[in-house]
Design a protein around this ligand. Sequence first.
Ligand code: VG1
Ligand code: CO
Length: 543
Amino acid sequence: MSVRIVATIPFTDQKPGTSGLRKKVRVFQAANYLENFVQSIFDSIAAPRGSTLTVGGDGRYYNREAIQIILKMAAANGFGRVLVGQGGILSTPAASCVIRKYQTFGGIVLSASHNPGGPDGDFGIKYNIGNGGPAPEKVTEAIFARSKAMAEYRILDAADIPLDVIGETRLGDMTVQVIDPVSDYAELMETLFDFGAIRSLLAGGFRLKFDAMHAVTGPYAREIIEKRLGAPAGSVMNAVPLPDFGNGHPDPNLTYAHELVEIVYGAAAPDFGAASDGDGDRNMILGKGFFVTPSDSLAVLAANATLAPGYRNGLAGIARSMPTSAAADRVAQALGVPCYETPTGWKFFGNLMDAGKVTLCGEESFGTGSDHVREKDGLWAVLFWLNILAVRRQGVEAIVREHWARYGRNVYSRHDYEGLPTESANGVMQHLHDSFAVLTGSQLGSYKVVFCDDFSYIDPIDGSVSTGQGVRIGFGDGSRIVFRLSGTGTEGATLRIYLEAYEPDVSKHHLDAQVALAELIGIALQVSQLRERTGRTEPTVIT
Ligand code: VG1
Ligand code: CO
């Protein structure tokens, strides 16, 4: 087997977004596209010879082919060992778990998360550092800079490696170790949650439905929820991962997880419903006919954390992304622990967790997690809820309503306008920037604007600065509107509008969020000129 050095020309568009490089499958299939990016990673991270790498993905179309290329390139670039999930599978949180447990130098995770898959769908690649978390911006910037100067890459001329049988294979001077993708992760979950209590809850007739959306969490959920916790077979639906997610959109929200939503809002509804996304890092939590917003979910987990064995000693602090509601801030205040506000994307939580400043983190985009790994973790959130339900013996809705009664309700919604022409989306953002001075201090209906800015963040640990993280309009009563362009899409632009109003009055807590937020929604459309500039009258997705 010999190392082949292949001459290549750089691509100019390999800039990682919110979570790695995401492009259409066909872009990744183009000659040298994946190879160039992988070589850019290897050149930028400068792993010592003989280092170990973790590799795995969400099983989507092109996962296996990409893994074969990455293994041969890792061998040609001096790695000594690669841990790869059986069948090329590792959920994003499981990859983080494996990197940490076996202290590998880093990991490559293949996923476009909640984006659709298949030959016409999306693919993605992300590098995680040795703490198990997404590479911070200085690393992704170095990778991007390198990709623009790429002249050659190294790959071993070798036959494909068997990925379906657990065990070791030699690949040149490197060992490929195929590992069980589920067991390390499942063991970690057993250390955090009271499996005995959850088992007896389930044995007592409590019914749950988990929708794996034909994505990566199927095997994890079957092993943990059905096998180890004893939920009846069939409690996990759409459990077989498919390369095209069964033609679905593996995004656990009220729009795309409609099959589960219909069950949970239907006549014979189970007590608890949950879903996860393509790569297993997101979660949606539902009670009988009741939706828990991700922002509320973070706050409820924080307020009840000590009910789970792994968090019995309390929380060091909480962090949330800027557009996430301030519900968690109120819990942090009550607990007397700090609450940090970071830009969107899990990479901004890593330093805070490594420094021991925060235990729980969350994003409004159905992401919750803790310092047990360095990624958000879908099944972890589901198990955390089950642990709380098993101890409190109340329904999901009752727990959330009690929470609101105590802390007030941060009424919240996100409106997404997907697939906009990039120019008109940029025009909306530019118009908002141009309006800062006029808006500040103005009265819009019953709301007075107290500040307008573009969010920037100074990392409290390493001092790095991230600017341009979203336009915020803050009102006198703590309500907010945030506008942001997505950094994970692969077609046109997606504009997200995040709406939040604080409601302390319990007699208004029953209101539907869209009704309670109606005036703010109108203000958002008015100040952004969104309808005029994009021709769209309605959002594509409301969560
Ligand atoms: C979205 C979410 C963000 C999340 C990111 C990756 O990013 O808003 O909160 O961290 O996806 O999640 P954006 O830039 O499109 O708003 V995942 O599950 O796609 O890895
Ligand atoms: Co994801």
